[in-house]
Write a protein that binds this ligand. Sequence first.
Ligand code: AMP
Length: 226
Amino acid sequence: MRIVMLGGPGAGKGTHAEYMSERLGVPHVASGDILREEVASGTDLGKKAKSYMERGLLVPDDLVEEIIARRLSRPDAEGGFILDGFPRTLEQARWLDGFLRGNGWGLEVVVNLVVPDWKIIRRLAYRRICRNCGAIYNLITMPPKREGVCDKCGGELYQRDDDREEVVRERLRVYRRQTAPLVAYYRRRGLLVNVFDLGEEDVRSEEVLEAAISKAEGRSEARGEG
Ligand code: AMP
């Protein structure tokens, strides 16, 4: 399965992608995580990316394309992957099409998570992440058993700098301007499945996985492979 997760900041891409990656046995490739690693290790690319990330702006396409090309060229991505946070611009989407075609690959499905702003702001303001294993918590809806400590590995929980409210609002503006057009791009290609996460209760990752699988099956039947 080759899947793209679309949706605004805090839409739940990372949480659902992680679950799907375990269930499907394909790597979860998160452009934001890779960029944060580059920043933390102080690489040239990380130094260039840092100032954009701090302001909630998109890192230039060529830098992100470089890290994605590198990551998808590793052997574990041969059997599929779940892309989270990439592509985020039409240029990146076109680049990805070319990159996949060059490997004889294509996307099976694009999952679009539709989440209202009030939920996004609540989620991000209370989001905490494990410094060690990357597990994601929410102080309201999914608190850790011990404050500040990861249930899974005992690592320290922290808040991302760009989860502060003013930066979140900028990220929402950037999403609407630069990333939202990808919804129409993938819909036209017949790849899109919407998952609506509109209520008080969050959509479960199993439901997202089921939506992705039934879309992919529907597409392969339509092509006469089913
Ligand atoms: P994320 O963890 O996906 O929310 O990404 C965090 C930040 O990394 C974003 O606000 C951007 O500054 C940068 N970033 C991640 N993915 C991309 C991308 N595909 N294109 C440009 N910038 C990105």
